[in-house]
Design a protein around this ligand. Structure first.
Ligand SMILES: [Zn+2]
Length: 172
């Protein structure tokens, strides 16, 4: 099946929702420059978008976009200043409404869900990047910093070092 809204950078959210369609892929971290600037390094961002119409009794159907993404990034530990690996994962639904930014802002203020203004073309990569930036830890740090290990502990790597090894192996 071919969707007219298959370009995530020019996504027709309404069409995707009406079709109940989904898109998925991976972007190199460099294509998300704000996130790339916020981390030391990272793996490609795996992402998935799901459109959905939610029919409520007595009203027009609501337009929703499910957004899921994950990546493994290295940040600077705020305790020892060595790199620390963090798994970033987001999975949420955004609601889109017609009527421009004002209508979206008014609904957003009174609803728990995030409400965005529906536009003919949305850059879903920027939406994904926004969510991943929000998922960054405010104060990244190791559960146990490598330097604080007692001498001789390097023969058996502690569990806290394994995420960073996993990142290194992903990059190979
Ligand atoms: Zn540390």
């Amino acid at each position: 099946m071919k969707f007219p809204s298959s370009d995530p950078l020019k996504l027709d959210v309404q069409a995707l929702a009406e079709q109940g369609g989904s898109l998925a892929g991976a972007w190199p971290l460099a294509e998300l420059p704000r996130l790339a600037d916020s981390v030391l390094q990272g793996t490609p961002v795996n992402w998935r978008l799901q459109g959905e119409l939610r029919q409520l009794p007595g009203g027009a159907p609501e337009i929703w976009l499910g957004l899921a993404a994950e990546t493994e990034v290295a940040l600077t530990c705020q305790r020892c200043l060595e790199p620390v690996s963090e798994h970033l994962a987001v999975d949420r639904w955004l609601r889109f409404v017609a009527g421009g930014e004002e209508a979206a802002a008014a609904l957003d203020a009174e609803m728990e869900d995030d409400v965005l203004a529906l536009r003919p073309r949305m850059n879903a990569r920027e939406l994904v990047e926004d969510e991943l930036l929000l998922a960054l830890p405010l104060v990244p740090r190791h559960a146990v910093c490598p330097q604080s290990l007692p001498a001789g502990a390097d023969t058996a790597a502690p569990a806290t070092q394994r995420p960073f090894e996993a990142l290194a192996s992903l990059k190979r």
